[in-house]
Design a binder for this molecule. Structure first.
Ligand SMILES: Cc1cc2nc3c(=O)[nH]c(=O)nc-3n(C[C@H](O)[C@H](O)[C@H](O)COP(=O)(O)OP(=O)(O)OC[C@H]3O[C@@H](n4cnc5c(N)ncnc54)[C@H](O)[C@@H]3O)c2cc1C
Length: 422
């Protein structure tokens, strides 16, 4: 294996923005902590509605999950619609499912409108059945999604083989609404569009404290402060440093990816010729897709920095050989990972953190569409619609139990699964 040199998306990023750290004391209508999809979408939509916006990002735009993910622009959540309705009640569940069903439409229309250079491919996603039980799972998802009117199709094993280029699957669920992007470029493109709309973005500006007094939030950084009536904390699994705000509670789950060198012409025609983004039905799920240059990218749960790092890397090689014997020895040239903010019910949350203050988090591995939608909802709420704009009801508290124990349990579980997998 060639030496892994980090995050592919940073190497192939097409979008760029220029910002400077916050300095001095300024005011705004809305102040946002965190420059991922949620924060950048909120900034874009609030500025477009005529509000003054300051966004403070601790590192650089897309430093968190938004610059590290697989790039699958999915419709809906991981949890199927009927389970969402059970958790939230019929009306609230149907509302959330219907809003998120059109999340890819929002993402791809923003990409078009703002000419975001992010390798968009809208040929759908394939949820691939790795076993007979997995086939039952996608058949059930198909039934529920068809009842929602979604343009999904069950592909037989042979068509799945033709589309994926792998003979390992028993069938697949194709969702025509979905697609893929270069995730960091999409995030930076949102940030650029937000700047063009008038939002002021500041990278390298970690928010150190937040205080609320007399109708105003005051967020302090090392060299300045922003005072604003409205606050959005959009730090998801990457919350750091911020005193005065209780960290929103979720279980941080690591997910890693490894990308090969670009495939040769013949393999590119054979493997995912239509460019769909894929994942499978295994309990320890894995993802695979190609990028624009024809690199094959495989991913799965696990941290490359933890005790399981070596096992995860060895698993990726075996996975590649099993899925694509014809490309099994293609060298890996990039390896990276990120943190997913998982909630116990796998549903995203909007938390009231004080008057006119919200934290949005917990996309549980489905944040490209939902983050864009929830960011827009916050902007609409601030622009006058209030909480009626939210896709889920805002809540006053959210707690998760045994966060550290669950995090270790997942990491140990996926490490053992990757050691055992042949
Ligand atoms: C490896 C991986 C694969 C995934 N795959 C997919 C996928 O294929 N499809 C999909 O839809 N979703 C996927 N997700 C989930 C998705 O990436 C996230 O849900 C989404 O990026 C969350 O966006 P966000 O804006 O809420 O948070 P983030 O993008 O995590 O941004 C939070 C930001 O807050 C900043 N921050 C933290 N503390 C402070 C502070 N004190 N002051 C200022 N800034 C601060 C951080 O630096 C960070 O940039 C994946 C996630 C990971 C990690």
């Amino acid at each position: 294996m060639t030496k892994a040199d980090g995050n592919l998306w940073q190497t192939t990023v097409q979008e760029q923005i220029a910002t400077s750290p916050l300095s001095g004391d300024v005011t705004a209508d809305l102040v946002i902590a965190g420059g991922g999809y949620t924060g950048c979408s909120a900034a874009l939509h609030a500025a477009s509605a005529g509000l003054s916006v300051r966004l403070l990002e601790a590192e650089t735009i897309g430093h968190g999950g938004s610059g590290r993910n697989v790039g699958l622009v999915n419709a809906g959540l991981w949890t199927p619609p009927e389970a969402i309705a059970k958790l939230l009640g019929e009306t609230a569940g149907a509302r959330l499912s219907s809003i998120l069903a059109s999340a890819p439409e929002l993402v791809f229309s923003l990409i078009d409108r703002h000419a975001i250079e992010c390798e968009p491919v809208r040929s759908g996603t394939l949820h691939c059945a790795h076993s007979p039980a997995g086939l039952k799972d996608i058949q059930e998802r198909h039934r529920q999604l068809v009842a929602q009117g979604a343009p999904v199709r069950l592909l037989p094993a042979e068509e799945t083989r033709q589309r994926t280029g792998s003979g390992r699957f028993h069938g697949a669920l194709h969702d025509a609404r979905a697609g893929t992007v270069q995730p960091l470029s999409y995030c930076l493109g949102l940030a650029r569009a937000a700047q063009t709309a008038g939002a002021q973005l500041h990278e390298r500006s970690p928010v150190l404290r937040a205080d609320y007094d007399n109708g105003t939030w005051r967020l302090k950084t090392k060299q300045g402060s922003v005072s604003a009536k409205h606050l959005l904390v959009a730090t998801n699994a990457y919350f750091s440093e911020l005193k005065g705000i209780e960290p929103p509670q979720s279980i941080p789950i690591s997910f890693f990816q490894m990308a090969t060198t670009p495939l040769g012409h013949n393999l590119r025609q054979e493997i995912l010729p239509g460019g769909e983004g894929c994942w499978d039905t295994a309990t320890v799920m894995s993802s695979f897709r190609k990028d624009k240059a024809g690199r094959l990218i495989v991913g799965a749960m696990g941290s490359l920095d933890d005790f399981g790092g070596g096992s995860h890397r060895a698993w990726a090689r075996r996975k590649l050989r099993a899925l694509y014997p014809q490309a099994g020895e293609q060298p890996f040239e990039h390896a990276w990972f990120g943190r997913i903010a998982m909630t116990s019910d796998h549903l995203p949350k909007i938390l009231r953190i004080g008057p006119n203050g919200y934290a949005v988090f917990g996309y549980s591995g489905r944040g490209i569409g939902p983050g864009t939608v929830f960011g827009r909802a916050i902007a609409r709420a601030v622009a006058g619609e209030g909480e009626a704009a939210f896709p889920v009801e805002a809540r006053d508290a959210h707690s998760e139990r045994f966060i550290g124990v669950k995090q270790r349990y997942y990491e140990l579980g996926v490490t053992l699964a990757h050691i055992a997998a042949r």
